[in-house]
Design a binder for this molecule. Sequence first.
Ligand code: TRP
Length: 334
Amino acid sequence: MEQTEKKKVVFSGIQTSGAITLGNYLGALKNWVEMQDDFFCFFSLADLHAITVRQDPQKFRQNTLEAYALFLACGIDPQKSIFFIQSHVSAHAELAWILNCYTQFGELSRMTQFKDKSAKYSDNINAGLFTYPSLMAADILLYQTEAVPVGADQKQHLELARNIADRFNHIYGNTFKVPEPYIPKVGAKIMSLQEPEKKMSKSDENVNGCVFILDPPETIMKKFKRAVTDSEAEVRFAEGKDGINNLMSIYSVVTGKTNEQIEADFAGKGYGDFKTAVGESVVELLSPVQHRYKELIADKAYLEKCYSEAAETARKFSQRTLDKVMKKVGFVLK
Ligand code: TRP
C-alpha cells in the first residue's frame, strides 16, 4: 500500500439496490476496473444512500452481498483497490452530519435528483433523500480524493461536494482536497434496448429493455434480438437512429472496434445479423463473469474477508480526515 499512496486518490460509489445491469457494467464498472492500476482507488457500495428509499431488509442484505461478489467477478481486485461497504465505515455517517451543518437548505433544494426522486417517491420524501448529497460529499472528502469518476447524473452532486469543501477550507484553513471530476477514456452511456432515447435502467417497465449481468445467455440473446431499431436496414451511426447507435456503442465497447469498422463489417447485412453479433459478443463478455460470480457467491468466508479488510483500511484513512475536521470545528478531543 505504501507506494500506491503516491498515485492519485480516486473515490467512487454505486448504489446497491437491485440487480446490476449491462449499463452499470459498461458505463461505470468497466472504468473502475481499468482505473485500478493507475490510481489509488476507494470504491464503495453506497448502502447508506440506498435506504433513502424503503428497502426490504432481507433483500437489501442479499443485494449488497450479491453486488459485492459481482463487482469482484467483474474484475475489482481487492489487492489493488479498497473496495468496501459504506456502512462498515462509520466515519461516513459522522462526517455527513457535520457537513450537513455547512450545506445550505437552498443548495440541497436545487438538486435535480432530489426533485426527481421526491416526485417519484412522493409518499416518502424523507430527510435522507434531501441530504443525500452531503453524505456523498462526506464519502468523497474523507479520503482526500483528487478525482471522482461520475456519470452525468451525479455531476451536480460532485459540484456541491466541491463547494462544501471550499467553504469549509475557507472557514477553517486547508482541510479537504477539492476533488475534480474524472472523465473516463471510454465512457459509454448505454440506453434501453426498447426505448433507446432513455438510459438503460433496472426500473424499465419493459423487461426487454434492460440486460442484467446475470441474465442467462438465452435471455440476453432474446433481448438483443428484440431490440428496437429503425426501418432503414443499414448498420450506420447517424442521427435519428437511436436504436442502432446504441447497439453500435455496446458492440464497440465490448469488441474494441470503431464505428467505421463496424459499419464496414456489416455493410450489406441486415439488422438481424447485427443484433445476433452484438448479443453474442455480450454473452461472450459476461460468461466468465457469471462463472466467477457463482464461485464467489458460494464462498461467503472469502467475501467476508475481502470486505472486512477493505473496511479496516478505509477506516484508517478516513479517520485521519475526520479527526482533523473535529479538531478544527472545536469538539473536545477524546
Ligand atoms: N450517488 C451515486 C449514484 O447514485 C453513488 C455514490 C455514492 C457516489 N457516493 C458516491 C458516486 C461518491 C461518486 C462518489 O450513482
